[in-house]
Design a protein around this ligand. Structure first.
Ligand SMILES: *Cc1c(COP(=O)(O)O)cnc(C)c1O
Length: 450
């Protein structure tokens, strides 16, 4: 077979930076996910396709669960629905024993629908419609009040259902990392948290029994959690000494980072991102040194990203190869940024489905959307690839399959590789009916002649 001619080009190499002569291309190829070949997965669910590894989800969860409960006896995870609320994924976490953490009436309903009892749901978020408060109180969910208006609504709802209701409040505080997340909950330092406690102590129908905070996301400092725990324990003491409330639990939220590579960072995430166990150690160190065993409250964590990101992959296919006018190589793949909400912040790991020879080049990988912003990977070093080869992008498990949007193309299928290596479709690919079902055409627009 004759080789296809591609025109030669000169590429400027900037000294001092890593370039193709200065850094060695690692043969990044992956023939399977969790022991199932890429081709078998595509044969079953087409390309592109999101893939989740059940074994890895369970292992990550069990390790973290063990690390915490080995150090502190009263501990409970609560799965952050917005991180990934596919029924199958949530069910894995619930089978492992995790509660549900929801931030809207939709997520609350979704958790109830798959069988999570109300008293195993933590209901957070800055806006909880009145009706959803009524339901949450009736079902004994843990409701964390965000602001004074919501506190009055909660009081009204408790009166309406005619019983004394336990609530928690969300706090925000300075934990030494900036910008500070001060828009959620009551601030500790400026006294509004204490004012909320005073207000609740005057209420006939509300009882304060929990304190909650979620200080940020992708937090690279374990110290921030030490400060959070320290401050919440001392606030708990203030409350218990001065008001007639027993704080039964502290909920430290989520925010641990995953092993994804943030744009603009130099070191690989395996080096720069602390392990989950380091966060757990930081948190439990403070708990154990500050508290006597008889006063241990229940502790909740609402870890999202760190428990799921690395268990998710996206298989995509190269559909076009293009040399750009200035000479550099680019590929068009079948998955765009509308499925990849996190592409704004992350440089995904990119693996090819086979070992390919040839000099790697700096390459741009474009999605299939007719939109200039559809750039999936920039400056990725790849050997020469051809149409039909597959790229496997990761970590993909957190925040993509909830924040993705249907735009220009149908959203693809999502599969789960089970522990015995079966390929289970957990969300089928979208079809035209899925998109048009909620639409309605008024009578006067129902006909046209072209
Ligand atoms: C989003 C969210 C979480 C999970 O955050 P991660 O950064 O994914 O761990 C936990 N708690 C609350 C209140 C949240 O809003």
């Amino acid at each position: 077979m004759k080789k296809i001619y591609t025109k030669p080009f000169i590429m400027k190499q900037t000294s001092g930076y890593m370039n193709k002569f200065g850094s060695i291309y690692q043969k990044n190829y992956r023939s399977n996910i969790a022991g199932v070949s890429i081709e078998d997965i595509v044969a079953k669910a087409d390309s592109p396709v999101f893939v989740f590894d059940e074994k890895k989800i369970r292992q990550t969860y069990r390790n973290a669960q063990r690390d915490f409960s080995n150090r502190y006896p009263k501990f409970q995870f609560s799965w952050s629905y917005k991180t990934n609320y596919l029924d199958a994924i949530c069910s894995i976490f619930h089978q492992e024993g995790s509660f549900a953490e929801v931030v809207s009436e939709f997520e609350y309903e979704k958790a109830r629908r798959i069988g999570v009892p109300g008293n195993k749901i933590i209901y957070n978020g800055p806006f909880k419609p009145y009706n959803s408060l009524l339901i949450a109180f009736k079902e004994n969910a843990m409701v964390h009040i965000d602001n004074f208006d919501e506190l009055y609504e909660a009081e009204k709802a408790a009166r309406e259902i005619g019983k004394k209701v336990k609530i928690g409040i969300r706090l925000n505080m300075d934990t030494g990392t900036y910008p500070q997340w001060s828009r959620f909950g009551f601030n500790l330092e400026d006294g509004s948290a204490l004012n909320a406690v005073k207000r609740i102590s005057k209420s006939e129908s509300l009882i304060l029994n929990g304190l909650h905070a979620h200080i940020g996301t992708f937090m690279l400092e374990t110290n921030a959690y030490q400060m959070e725990v320290q401050k919440m324990i001392s606030f708990m003491r203030d409350i218990q000494n001065n008001y007639n409330f027993l704080i039964e639990y502290l909920d430290f939220g989520g925010g641990f980072p995953s092993k994804n590579k943030l744009k603009g960072t130099y070191l690989p995430p395996e080096v720069s991102v602390p392990q989950i166990s380091e966060y757990i150690e930081a948190i439990t160190d403070v708990l154990l040194s500050e508290l006597k065993p008889q006063e241990y409250p229940m502790v909740y964590l609402e870890t999202g990203r760190a428990l799921i990101d690395e268990a998710g992959y996206l298989i995509t296919t190269i559909e076009g190869v293009k040399q750009l006018p200035h000479g550099s190589k680019s590929y068009i793949i079948d998955a765009g940024v509308n499925f990849l909400y996190t592409s704004t912040w992350y440089n995904y790991k990119c693996e090819v489905d086979r070992s390919v020879n040839g000099t790697p080049e700096n390459t741009t990988v474009y999605g299939p959307l007719c939109m200039n912003i559809d750039v999936v990977l920039e400056n990725v070093s790849l050997p020469p690839l051809t149409k039909g080869m597959r790229l496997i992008l990761s970590p993909m498990g957190a925040y993509n399959v909830t924040q993705w949007m249907q735009f220009i193309r149908y959203r693809p299928a999502i599969v789960l590789i089970t522990e015995d290596k079966k390929i289970e479709i957990i969300r089928r690919a979208e079809k035209l009916e899925d998109i048009i079902t909620p639409e309605r055409v008024p009578e006067h627009l129902s006909k046209f002649n072209l």
